[in-house]
Design a binder for this molecule. Structure first.
Ligand SMILES: [Zn+2]
Length: 201
């Protein structure tokens, strides 16, 4: 006989799949919803159900956006500097850089970083699409803002190899960001300083 009702068991298993959530936390969260106001569970289930339906990926920069558009708000913003492209690992990094209010160029979201251990190679991240954008010729500087980690550094070097032949300036965010850390966790001032002090890649 099952110890817990099936629906509760199912919720615990679903929560366990989340990054950083172990079985104990999953159980605690599930029981929390059991006792919390109905609206909490309904809000969460509705947001989750709508998440994939109501979001899309920008066809140009691969940032996350509202569904039904072709390009994101940043790509379509006339006031952005179209000669500078900032390459990041994921959409959360775009958010972090936008919050600094100190960057006015465009972005390119790779959707990951090279990682032989995890089996992520050049074809698994959007490097080819980056090269395609650079080849068009409007971009003068590519700022490689991959994370200051082994994977982020390896990705930066690979991007340099791919883009060397084009007449663009390649730069990398300055050191000073916590090594091994994630761009999205850096505070705004640190990010601004890293951006201002960017060096040739
Ligand atoms: Zn975009």
């Amino acid at each position: 006989m099952a110890l817990l009702p099936a629906s509760l068991e199912r919720l615990i298993l679903a929560l366990e799949r989340l990054p950083g959530i172990g079985p104990k936390t999953a159980s605690r969260l599930a029981f929390y919803f059991l006792h919390a106001p109905d609206a909490y569970a309904i809000d969460l289930s509705q947001s989750l159900a709508e998440l994939k339906v109501q979001t899309a990926v920008c066809e140009t920069c691969f940032n996350i956006m509202e569904a039904g558009r072709k390009e994101c708000q940043i790509c379509t913003d006339e006031k952005r500097d179209r000669s500078v492209l900032c390459v990041v690992e994921d959409a959360l990094d775009v958010l972090a850089l936008e919050k600094t209010v100190g960057y006015f160029g465009l972005y390119h979201v790779l959707n990951g970083a090279l990682s032989p251990i995890e089996g992520i190679g050049p074809d698994d991240i959007r490097v080819k699409e980056l090269e395609d954008r650079v080849r068009l010729g409007d971009i003068k500087e590519v700022i490689v803002a991959t994370n200051p980690s082994m994977e982020g550094d390896a990705t930066a070097l690979y991007i340099r190899q791919r883009l060397e032949r084009y007449p663009v300036t390649l730069t990398r965010l300055a050191r000073g960001l916590p090594v091994g850390g994630d761009l999205e966790y850096a505070d705004q001032n640190t990010l601004l300083r890293a951006l201002a002090g960017r060096q040739s890649l």
